[in-house]
Design a protein around this ligand. Structure first.
Ligand code: GTP
Ligand code: MG
Length: 200
């Protein structure tokens, strides 16, 4: 799919403040610093559309970006950033979970996992929660450029092996690099397929 236009629309603290349009939405979630905002910039070919930072905890609101005037990419705050106050963490968790569960337009969630890391409890529990709530999601392994191709492949395959112990059917998965653009075409093709086949 060709990205012709990508525009920032709004940052919302609550689901009720999100855009009213009934368009498909694809949201990015995962641990703080995993590369959610960077992936949105990579997909849209705009280096500064979503705000990124080398310090975890940058994205604090639900950010809507309108793509080709037809569908939205949604950047969410990360979870699991230990340096947040308990209150702040709770507020963010409420915001994220109510967006994921209540937002009818949310068509598919992309759960980002750092391709260098072994399975972490916090991500496994989050996936379980998605499963329990019937949320459609795909896994995106990020930062593939940070190690050799072979290492990425072996990490991803051991990660999926662990998942297979818990899941009868594995979710779709992608390997990406926001640095090199690796995985961009596959991810956009996946979104396009859903746009064409799933009603909002
Ligand atoms: P929060 O908003 O804090 O939850 O983080 P985030 O998940 O949005 O991460 P962000 O996109 O801000 O990226 C965090 C850091 O990782 C930044 O320094 C990025 O430049 C870097 N980064 C993200 N993706 C990649 C990637 O694919 N390759 C490399 N080498 N660095 C990446
Ligand atoms: Mg971010």
């Amino acid at each position: 799919m060709k990205i012709k236009t990508a525009e920032y629309v709004i940052s919302s603290a609550k689901v009720e403040q999100c855009p009213n349009e009934k368009l498909h939405e694809y949201a990015f979630i995962g641990r703080s610093n995993v590369g959610k905002s960077s992936l949105i910039n990579m997909l849209t070919n705009q280096s500064k559309l979503a705000k990124t930072s080398s310090m975890p905890g940058k994205t604090m609101l639900i950010n809507h970006f309108l793509i080709n005037k037809e569908w939205f990419l949604v950047d969410l705050p990360g979870y699991g950033y230990a340096k947040r106050s308990k209150k702040e963490q709770e507020t963010l968790e409420m915001m994220i979970s109510s967006y994921i569960l209540d937002r009818e337009q949310m068509t598919n969630l992309f759960l980002l996992i750092d391709s260098r890391h072994e399975p972490q409890k916090i991500d496994m529990e989050f996936m379980e929660w998605l499963g329990e709530n019937g949320v459609p999601f795909a896994i995106v392994f990020t930062k593939a450029d940070k190690q050799s191709k072979g290492k990425t492949l072996s990490n991803v395959s051991s990660y999926l092996k662990v998942l297979k112990k818990q899941w009868e059917e594995l979710p779709p998965h992608f390997v990406t690099s926001a640095e090199t653009g690796f995985g961009r075409d596959e991810l956009l093709a996946y979104i396009e397929e859903i746009n064409c086949s799933v009603p909002v």
